[in-house]
Design a protein around this ligand. Structure first.
Ligand SMILES: [Fe+2]
Ligand SMILES: [Fe+2]
Length: 485
């Protein structure tokens, strides 16, 4: 192979470079998960490592070298900034977080590492020497690799470089970038609180600012991202989703931008008390017994304590603390923690309770096979007073999402199957969202991405299409995320 005469292509313009870079990053993340979940000799680990090796090799063949770096909130493979797409942004967020925890700025490959070398590297990276301060972890990790006789990698120091200018990102990609940054920041806050460290609020506030700006400029893209579900990262993904939903809801309720920033912060941190709950309990699948539940319920007041520990320069985030304390209390105070005196919940607590209830119920659905569609959840919030949600806030939420929230799969009176892309900009058309047809009336899959507005009428003056019921996407093997890429 001849040496390249020019510097390798940069930015996002090179499709083949992007493709190789993307598969390398996705393979890296899958391999890390495999190493974390299974013993090394497991076939799943072997397969993931082989895939990682060959995707790294493809990058090296194309560009002469292979290095993965974190610059600000972006990942670069060599000089190519990775484009975020729906299938890779959870991977990008978790790699960004891993690099930060490991105190490194990236990894370079010297040669073609053998599978053993990859396994050693990934095992070390996913259990970084957290007992050392961040600036010493790189040296610690390098020494460990040396001791394990792995010489195929170079670990780069973390860089303080500023973020790339984001002007060349389109609004969808900007929304995804904001989401990834928020996920990363939430992980940082919760994991460092768990380790007894206190991260500053500055980065958190910046992430919230990004969410508020996105909601104010392109709320449809941002709302679409809340259909992301990830069990492994549940607490972080949930916190970001609740933040987005709460900010969008606050906007509907007429809050000012400053109030939205405050509300967004409270929403992002509403479950920070979970950093003080044992991980085994948080990750427990299946039924919880009553002792488990009592411990889990402590995350409300533990959240207040966790926020007292944040270095905030003397200004306590009082409203965030109140919301952490009250978000499971219910308006009739039948929830937890139990209080003996009558009290009125703060507006932020009521808003966050609705956003929280919605995201938690729609997520449960995905992981516990409960038959609730997002539309059922919304209806339950409206009709079941025992949930203790504020009726005015629920009404505003229905105004926001419509009766069929983003990501709902619906059957039309034309017997077509469709997915809800966004609520209708016409606020009176609650049952007529913007949809995309997935299957024709004979069950043939369609690949037509054209959004359809259900308020559109046919020549005879009747509505062209009307939703007749909701459907369980799993019945049709539909992956909701695919439609929000
Ligand atoms: Fe909670
Ligand atoms: Fe929550």
């Amino acid at each position: 192979m001849t040496a390249p005469t020019q510097s390798p292509p940069s930015g996002v313009g090179d499709p083949s470079g992007q493709k190789a870079a993307r598969s390398f990053v996705v393979a890296m993340n899958s391999a890390i998960r495999a190493v974390r979940l299974y013993p090394v000799e497991n076939a799943a680990v072997q397969k993931a490592i082989a895939e990682l090796g060959s995707s790294a090799e493809r990058v090296r063949e194309g560009e002469g070298s292979c290095a993965l770096r974190r610059v600000g909130d972006f990942l670069f493979v060599n000089d190519t900034r990775l484009r975020l797409t729906f299938d890779n942004y959870a991977a990008v967020a978790s790699l960004l977080g891993m690099f930060r925890e490991a105190g490194i700025g990236g990894i370079g490959l010297f040669d073609k590492p053998l599978p053993r070398a990859w396994v050693v590297l990934l095992s070390f990276l996913q259990s970084p020497p957290l007992e050392y301060p961040e600036e010493e972890r790189l040296a610690q990790l390098s020494a460990r690799l040396e001791t394990a006789q792995v010489h195929d990698f170079e670990l780069f120091p973390a860089s303080d470089e500023q973020d790339e200018p984001e002007s060349d990102l389109d609004s969808k990609e900007k929304a995804r970038q904001t989401y990834v940054r928020s996920l990363d920041v939430t992980r940082e806050v919760i994991t460092s609180a768990r380790l007894g460290r206190s991260p500053g609020l500055k980065r958190v506030k910046r992430a919230v600012q990004g969410i508020v700006d996105s909601i104010l400029t392109d709320s449809a893209s941002m709302m679409g991202l809340t259909t992301l579900r990830d069990f492994d990262e549940y607490t972080f993904v949930h916190s970001v989703n609740v933040c987005i939903l709460a900010v969008a809801l606050g906007r509907r309720l007429g809050l000012s931008k400053i109030q939205l920033l405050d509300l967004g912060l409270a929403a992002l941190l509403h479950d920070i008390g979970k950093s003080r709950i044992p991980l085994e309990l948080l990750n427990k699948r299946g039924q919880l017994d009553s002792d488990d539940r009592l411990i889990l319920q402590q995350h409300t007041w533990q959240g207040v304590l966790a926020m007292f520990a944040l270095p905030t320069g003397g200004v306590r985030p009082w409203r965030s603390m109140t919301a952490a304390y009250e978000h499971h209390m219910r308006t009739d105070l039948s929830g937890y923690p139990k209080v003996s005196r009558p009290r009125k919940l703060s507006l932020f607590s009521k808003v966050i309770a609705v956003a929280d209830g919605f995201d938690a119920a729609t997520t449960t659905r995905v992981y516990q096979d409960s038959p609730w569609t997002p539309a059922d959840v919304v209806r339950g919030m409206r009709d079941n007073p025992r949930l203790g949600l504020d009726p005015v806030v629920v009404k505003a939420f229905i105004n926001l999402t419509g009766i069929y929230p983003v990501g709902t799969v619906v059957v039309l009176d034309t017997f077509e199957l469709a997915i809800v892309l966004a609520s209708n900009p016409d606020e009176t058309a609650l049952s007529r969202p913007i949809i995309r047809i997935l299957m024709d009336d004979r069950g043939n899959l369609l690949d037509d991405a054209t959004p359809l507005d259900l308020t559109v009428r046919a020549a005879n003056g009747q509505f062209a299409r009307t939703i007749i019921r909701t459907e369980d996407p799993q019945r049709y093997g539909i992956n909701i995320g695919d439609y929000f890429a």
